[in-house]
Design a protein around this ligand. Structure first.
Ligand SMILES: Nc1nc2c(ncn2[C@@H]2O[C@H](COP(=O)(O)OP(=O)(O)OP(=O)(O)O)[C@@H](O)[C@H]2O)c(=O)[nH]1
Length: 706
């Protein structure tokens, strides 16, 4: 075997460099915490996340056959509907080894209807690979997921994929990353050749070219001298890279200015630091479909993305004292984990959990702090898409699946019962679209409700509710595709046949002016008198600002012990508005007075009085209905532009921008969701199938007429 090895500068591990053969991999090394990488793959739909992940699984030896999205064999897209539709619906978790590092990878969906999957993955991940299409560049959903990652302070590597495609342009994507994300892209590679001539990449850190052997599906690759035609460009690009990195490192800057050699050993730790500090983003490139550029991406995950030891301790609150508690990634700390995903598997509940601290063994009791329940862990699994390996024990830094936790839900904190801590839950999005469904037979009605309950347990953005007036069941979700998938699952996974109505948008309610009201609750319940009076002032807040509730009772007319009950009363009222029972948003509520009587006032009385006062004030504050608006981006050839713009107008949309990307016009518009139902069919027929569009939720605004 002709395999030379060199030293991985950052990790201190040996790594093969000349020709890499699968048989050499060390798969069974016991992982140390510093060698863990909990990484998500995020992107716009169709950028190639699943294709990248499938290559990762193949090259790391996790799967022995390369799966493809287009023929429905991708390991990570294991759901039947994912394989049929060629899209990722649910995030899949898998584990693989690279260079003695253990990678826990989550492949997330790109479609906006499944944003919750991205949100909950980012909540528990330490780093992310953002995949971009070399032609489409930074598309709207790429921006959404990038900002989601920023919100959780997740360091990122950018991978510009599809460089084999006509019109692919690395420089353009890098420029967009810099402009749209206001970050510093550190270009670590140059493409060798472009479009159909794309041959491999030039590694600017090691100043060598990487050639991938097609006959081994890219599994074998070698480092060669940079070809003559690329040498000058590579020297210039490396100089730019070194200058950028040196700006943040005085020692490097000194050496750079003195014209001294800056080696890979100098650059790698400096780039790692900038990445972990969220100051810069390493950019790599390739073509996953053509099997080029994936192994250097794996090296970059190891070199530049954080281990659990590199991220700050997780913060939570002690349940009783509310004191801030910090848990660092160590097995010697008490056990703390976050349940970030629930999956029902043949009636059994699988709880996906990120373990932040401590150890866990099969048979251990854990406290679900969010639910106040104590349950025994009956099994622990390391996941590989929908397959799993049993573990006897696990610990800090790992992402595993637990069985036996019947009460666990998405976002619940799981802890050592002796050391409870409540971690920040997962952000959940409110559904924007709903449809009425009814079981085709009476006998199936109960089964329908039972199945919907299971589906909503798995997916917190899916809700259902029985309408007592019509007897129908209303299901709500994030978009047409989301609900379409739910209907198919009802039929296939749960054997319930339903009739479904037309999609309706989910409205919100708000107020347009200030108002005050007083409510008195004075009633005898079970022989006991309950008395409370609440004065409330409501004021509208700016759109999208959310609600605030404040108790500012002057002259101590109500004792402080009743404040939480009054706040709860306002929360109750906010969940169902006075107009049509939709949630109320963007309202400031201030409880400024009321009355109390010793001996007869109770929490119940104040809770109900606050709720009644809120509703009364709301009715006097010009209540208004809000509807969801979507940000729509349409890519359309010039000759169909007029038609597309006219149609947007008819849909009461507002065109915000028109720009040119290569030969295509890019229209950005804001359109009420209610007018976007069935848009893909309409656009296809109006443009002979030559236009495409994406949309994501933008904001709620006053409902348009007509
Ligand atoms: N030409 C070319 N096509 C690619 C490349 N990578 C992926 N594709 C194709 O692009 C399509 C989308 O790829 P996926 O891997 O499913 O993309 P994704 O980002 O996972 O998509 P979702 O999971 O549905 O969001 C598939 O048809 C792939 O075969 C590439 O490097 N070059």
């Amino acid at each position: 075997m002709t395999c030379a090895r060199n030293f991985n500068i950052f990790t201190g591990h040996l790594r093969p460099v000349t020709v890499f053969l699968q048989s050499e991999r060390i798969l069974m090394a016991v992982p140390q915490l510093k060698s863990f990488r909990n990484i998500g793959i995020i992107a716009h739909i169709d950028a190639g996340k699943t294709t990248v992940t499938e290559r990762i699984l193949f090259y790391t030896g996790r799967s022995h056959r390369m799966g493809e999205v287009h023929d429905g064999t991708a390991v990570m897209d294991w759901m039947e509907q994912e394989q049929e539709r060629g899209i990722t619906i649910t995030s899949a978790v898998t584990t693989c080894q690279w260079n003695r590092h253990e990678l826990h990878l989550i492949d997330t969906p790109g479609h906006v209807d499944f944003t919750i999957e991205v949100e909950r993955s980012l909540r528990v991940l330490d780093g992310a690979i953002a995949v971009f299409c070399g032609v489409g560049g930074v598309e709207p959903q790429s921006e959404t997921v990038w900002h989601q990652a920023d919100r959780y302070h997740v360091p990122k590597i950018a991978f510009v994929n599809k460089l084999d495609r006509l019109g692919a342009d690395l420089d353009q994507v890098v420029e967009q990353i810099e402009r749209k994300f206001k970050t510093i892209p550190l270009v670590l590679q140059l493409p060798a050749g472009r479009e159909s001539d794309f041959r491999g990449v030039v590694d600017l850190i090691g100043m060598r070219q990487i050639v991938f052997h097609d006959e081994t599906l890219g599994e074998r690759y070698e480092y060669v001298d940079i070809e003559a035609s690329l040498r000058d460009r590579a020297l210039e690009a490396r100089d730019r890279l070194v200058a950028k990195v040196a700006e943040f490192d005085d020692h490097l800057m000194e050496r750079y200015l003195e014209g001294m050699e800056i080696s890979a050993a100098d650059l790698v730790p400096a780039i790692r630091k900038l990445t972990l500090d969220l100051k810069a983003v390493p950019v790599l490139c390739g073509s996953a479909l053509k099997n080029k550029g994936i192994q250097p991406l794996l090296d970059a995950i190891v070199d530049f993305l954080p281990s659990p030891l590199d991220v700050p301790p997780i913060e939570g609150r002690a349940p009783v004292t509310h004191a801030v508690e910090r848990r660092s990634s160590s097995e010697t700390e008490p056990f703390a984990a976050l349940a970030f995903k629930i999956q029902m598997d043949q009636g059994r509940k699988l709880t996906y959990a990120r373990i932040y601290s401590g150890r866990l063994q099969v048979g251990d009791d854990v406290l679900n702090v969010s639910k106040g329940t104590r349950e025994k862990v009956s099994r622990i699994f390391q996941m590989h898409a929908n397959k799993r390996d049993r573990l006897e024990k696990t610990g800090a830094g790992n992402i595993v699946v637990l069985m036996g936790l019947k009460s666990a839900g998405t976002g619940d904190s799981l802890c050592d019962p002796a050391h409870p801590v409540l971690l920040e839950p997962v952000n959940v999005y409110e559904p924007v679209i709903s449809i009425a469904v009814e079981a085709q037979s009476r006998a199936d009605q109960e089964k329908l409700l039972d199945s919907l309950a299971k589906l909503s347990e798995e997916d917190p953005t899916f809700r259902f509710q029985e309408n007592p007036d019509t007897g129908q069941t209303i299901i709500s979700g994030m978009g047409e595709l989301h609900l379409e998938i739910v209907l198919t699952r009802l039929d296939r996974d749960f054997n319930v046949e339903v009739n479904a109505g037309k999609p309706q948008v989910v409205y919100r309610e708000t107020i347009s002016r200030e108002a005050e009201a007083q409510a008195v609750f004075d009633r005898e319940i079970g022989g006991v008198r309950h008395y409370g009076v609440v004065d409330i002032h409501l004021a509208p807040r700016r759109r999208g600002q959310g609600n605030t509730t404040l108790v500012k009772v002057r002259d101590a007319s109500i004792p402080e012990v009743f404040f939480p009950a009054m706040e709860q009363g306002v929360q109750d009222a906010l969940s169902s508005g006075p107009q049509l029972g939709y949630p109320v948003v963007d309202v400031e509520a201030v409880i400024f007075g009321g009355a109390f009587q010793d001996g007869v006032s109770s929490e119940l009385a104040f809770r109900v009085a606050a709720s009644m006062a809120f509703k009364k004030a709301c009715e006097q504050a010009s209540p208004t209905l809000l509807e969801p608006f979507m940000a729509v981006e349409i890519l359309v050839p010039e000759e169909f532009l007029g038609e597309v713009l006219g149609d947007i107008n008819l849909r009461r949309g507002r065109v915000e921008n028109i720009s040119i990307r290569k030969a295509i016009q890019v229209v950005q518009a804001v359109v009420p969701l209610s007018r976007m139902f069935g848009y893909s069919t309409a656009l296809r027929s109006a443009t002979q199938g030559r236009a495409t569009f994406t949309m994501h939720f933008s904001h709620y605004d006053v409902a348009s007429q007509g």
